[in-house]
Design a protein around this ligand. Sequence first.
Ligand SMILES: Nc1ncnc2c1ncn2[C@@H]1O[C@H](COP(=O)(O)OP(=O)(O)O)[C@@H](O)[C@H]1O
Ligand SMILES: [Mg+2]
Length: 154
Amino acid sequence: MPEYTLPCMLERDTVSLGKKIGTVLFPGAFIALYGGLGSGKTTLTRAIAEGMGIQGMMPSPTYNLVTEYGGKDLALYHFDAYRLENVSELLDIGFLDYCYKNGVVIMEWADKVLDALPKERLDIHITGCGNQYRTMVFIPHGTAYTEVLKETVI
Ligand SMILES: Nc1ncnc2c1ncn2[C@@H]1O[C@H](COP(=O)(O)OP(=O)(O)O)[C@@H](O)[C@H]1O
Ligand SMILES: [Mg+2]
């Protein structure tokens, strides 16, 4: 499937889409988020978490490379590569093990660790910041992710 674009997303659109995505994810799902500071990666992640039945996921006061949450059916491993110096730092904390835990992995700033990402994944590129509308481009890598898009955005 080719990429799919949603333009003109208000914050409430980001949130309702995220919640929907959170209900259709499967064990081992991987979502890679791309976009500048304030584009809405964490906002989308929080909404996905809510869709997975995770209550009260707050932006952590201190920066964490990975934060774990227990969902209704699946665990969520939320990575943020913003302050990462290099990919080996990610591998050192057992990134590959997280990918095989049969939970859901979400990676913010995925472009910083592109080489380490699994081939099968859903890429979501977000553009826009501040009060502007966001545009989201979805690129499914693998049929499972095409299905996720069919059930949510298409
Ligand atoms: N359409 C939108 N989608 C997502 N966030 C939005 C949108 N419009 C405004 N915002 C605001 O933009 C900010 C996005 O911040 P955040 O999700 O932390 O971004 P990032 O994780 O990409 O740095 C939040 O303050 C949010 O309220
Ligand atoms: Mg963020």
